[in-house]
Ligand binder design. Sequence first.
Ligand SMILES: *Cc1c(COP(=O)(O)O)cnc(C)c1O
Length: 444
Amino acid sequence: MKTIDRLALAGGQPAVSNKLTVPPWPQTGPDDERAVVEALRAGDLTSLSSGGSVERLEVAWAHWLGCAHCVAVSNGTAALKLALAALDIGDGDEVIVPALSFIASALAPLHVGARPVFIDIDPITFNLDVGSIEEKITHRTKAIMAVHLHGLTADMAAILHIAKCYNLRIIEDAAQAHGASYQGRNAGTIGDIGVFSLNASKNLPTCGEGGLITTNDPALAERLGMLRQFGERLRRGERRLYEHVDYGWNDKLSAVQAAYTLSRLPRFGAEIARRAENVSAFLGRLKGLPGLIVPGAPVGYEHAWHILRFRVDAAAAGLDSISSSSLRMAVVRALRAEGVPVGPYQTLPLPAQPLFAASKRDQMSRSGRDMATTPFEATQFPVCCAAIENSFTIQRSHLSPDAAPLMTAYADAFEKVFWHHREQISKIAATMSFTPPWQSGILQ
Ligand SMILES: *Cc1c(COP(=O)(O)O)cnc(C)c1O
């Protein structure tokens, strides 16, 4: 095997041949193109057209998930905001949010005038640490934002229990977890409201932006329908009365976007199965490589594998003199040189984002809202900080069902870096040091 002779970093041949291209995601098939053109030709352009693609997507997604209602909206961030608003969460309220997530999980509470209260994450699942929730609950706490990060659901039994004890609502941020499940229940059907993104990068994409909100509560579904539509009461099949009964937004989904996703839905289950096969073959080869901790799903969880996050553990590799973050830097460089597009997903805990820095807090209070969060302290979020320092991710390139050959080559690259050339990698790591942005003072 000549490709393992030398690291690509040291002038060797990359493990991932440049003849292997990353299959596109999302891949648009002829049926999807036809569906979009048909929507255009039928004049199915707004979400109002009765029996149009927006309504059909709502029915189809609710059916696919096994829940009672689905309301389609303009994107996942708007979906989170509408979910909070429909649950009457607003000025002065607090929402528990995990420190590791996409920014939208923290922006949505701000959009309705509520304050995100951050908690640390679990080191194995990277989801919110359910043991830290109760200490953050105050008389203002109204909801838990249960983010299913990377495609793995949060610990829903514990979250349901806490929510019941303290009378809190649960919003599932399932933007990365279409098709994931927890003890046989689909992500997005377990809490009060589930939220999905149809952004082109997600597991169930549209050809642009979109979002889906799910609930089993008919009153919430009706309210969500009004909130996305100028707070307007619309009666199906009846004349429009322009009657605005609620404080709403314009967050409707375009019919063309709905037609595209609807066209993909029949093959969604097969895509999930193929992706799970590809990922488990890939991870199976990486298990046991010294110093590498591969992602997994605890018993009872079905992972949607939206993002693959790998942890690096220098001590487990027998490299006591170097830090895991130095080793992570060295392996990321080496893997990239081998042709594996590894990188970070989130370089800061959410509470360390400049948005929450002192100056912005003042701005927010000037807007008349008391949304000040406590200043960020890394010691409050040790697990999240360690995850950012010591892990790296693969995104998007593994999502296509046709990614198997590519992932075989990725596995070759991991073996080369973590096994065949581990001594050289540890020498490179010894020359590298990582100062997290929250320590270097660049956040102020
Ligand atoms: C993508 C994402 C969102 C937001 O969805 P958009 O459609 O991009 O607005 C929210 N939460 C998480 C965890 C996400 O990954």
